[in-house]
Design a protein around this ligand. Structure first.
Ligand code: ZN
Length: 192
């Protein structure tokens, strides 16, 4: 079911609109110095999604302060790009989840479907188990999750809890994760 959702073009349109919304909020809030924000996008070539993603997927929305002497960058949280990872956030979450559980999807199948290799899968697993599980976001979120989700079961157990097999559930999950996609924007994308 995760694999089918990841191939659905509608999902990526919705995620694009959520990102535009998060960016608009950040732009309205302005720079911490009070300056106005100007668009300064990062070029991206995201992997793992279906063919024909819109031109919007060729960059990550970001801003620079227009104020002389400040020029601080503000990168809004994103539900499309999980930090600097090359693969789309939805892919990093759901493909990692497919590799877990009692009947994990074979590495060969995941490679055929999403172009994700064994080394990448191992790196993601390490990221979920170490970097993510030790992040402030997860430390705060796990205290509110009942019954508890073990760090070792990330991200599969979390995806299941959020109902990430549906477009709505996956969008909610990515929104909850979005604060970790940026260090330069205090605005929270939501909570678990
Ligand atoms: Zn500024």
């Amino acid at each position: 079911m995760y694999a089918k959702l990841l191939g659905d073009a509608t999902l990526y349109d919705i995620l694009q609109r959520i990102d535009e919304d998060l960016a608009a909020q950040a732009r309205t809030a302005g720079c911490t110095c009070g300056g106005r924000l100007h668009s300064a996008v990062y070029p991206r070539k995201p992997r793992g999604g279906p063919a024909g993603l819109g031109a919007g997927y060729e960059h990550r929305l970001s801003y620079c302060c227009a104020q002389e002497g400040c020029r601080r960058r503000t990168t809004p949280p994103s539900v499309r790009f999980l930090g600097r990872k090359v693969y789309l956030g939805a892919v990093v979450v759901l493909v990692s989840a497919l590799r877990q559980g009692p009947t994990p999807t074979r590495v060969r199948v995941l490679h055929e479907l999403f172009g994700v290799g064994e080394r990448t899968l191992r790196r993601w697993r390490h990221w979920w188990q170490k970097s993510f599980s030790e992040s402030r976001l997860w430390q705060a979120a796990r205290a509110r999750l009942m019954p508890a989700v073990r760090a070792g079961a990330l991200p599969g157990a979390l995806a299941e809890r959020c109902g990430a097999h549906t477009t709505g559930g996956l969008c909610r999950l990515l929104r909850c994760l979005s604060p970790i996609t940026t260090a330069s924007c205090g605005r929270s994308g939501g909570g678990f």
